[in-house]
Design a protein around this ligand. Sequence first.
Ligand SMILES: C[S@@+](CC[C@H](N)C(=O)[O-])C[C@H]1O[C@@H](n2cnc3c(N)ncnc32)[C@H](O)[C@@H]1O
Length: 318
Amino acid sequence: MTHTPVMLPEVLRLLAPRDGGIYLDGTFGGGGYTTGLLQCAACTVWAIDRDPTAIARGADLAARFSGRLHLIEGQFGDMLALLAEAGVQALDGIVFDLGVSSFQLDDPARGFSFRGDGPLDMRMGNHGTTAADLINTLPEKDLADVLFEFGEERASRRVAHAIAVARAQAPIATTGRLASIIRSVLPPDRSGIDPATRSFQALRIRVNDELGEIERALEAAAQLLSAGGRLVVVAFHSLEDRIVKRFMTDAAGRAAAPSRHDPRGLLRRPTPDFKLLTPRAVRPSPTETSANPRARSARLRTLERLPANLADRERAAP
Ligand SMILES: C[S@@+](CC[C@H](N)C(=O)[O-])C[C@H]1O[C@@H](n2cnc3c(N)ncnc32)[C@H](O)[C@@H]1O
């Protein structure tokens, strides 16, 4: 089993690592981006992953780049505290490659996939609520809301009802049983997408609080970046990309111009501290998507912290 890094050349080009720089790979996974960074420049990399198996797998790489790679098991939403504990106050570049790795997706025992059969788990880490907990205990209406909000499943009520009927007979414990319950009430998609895809995505996002994690991490990243430092984010579905896009656009002061009839809007436009380097998301090349179908939905966005500007200096003046 391996994980092929998505858009690695683009990520490295945009992060532009330099000798002596300090970088954060917030989603270590199989270490593809981290290895690229360490090979490109004589830099230091701090790498976070909430999955203890990913951190354990990184031990060899940490030994190979001894003193330059530091692995931290934890959630990137907590990165301010995790890095402060390690004595890191500022970073020259930060990268997030959102979602799950192929190691996680392809292992039926982790419960992420509707293709194989396994326990209905879906936790990237090894603590907290599992997908089975949610599926068997959430009230039907709340379950429908989760499927709608995080999976954009239009038939969320129908699916939630089928789940409620099935779990009344026996608790739903496996990915295979959940997938067949969903398929029993949803017709096959004309696009060939498995009808269970959206519900599985919804559960995974809810189990791991993925959207909350992204929001916390983006705020933290903006605080940690040094002048000229860059934040690169690769997102795989519209819910996460929407959050990234909005955050970066706002940080770069590119939100829709306020109406001149809206005095609060005029006051809200501070001198931006950031510049958007990707006005449009960067997409993988057709060559990459044909070699690695997982890359198909990837969208990469990049923000750069500007050097302290005149406005900052004026604010800081005694
Ligand atoms: C798509 S993979 C990263 C692959 C990596 N870029 C590579 O080249 O091998 C995503 C990784 O991020 C981790 N992850 C996802 N959300 C996380 C979070 N909130 N905190 C820490 N790690 C997270 C997952 O456990 C997974 O190992």
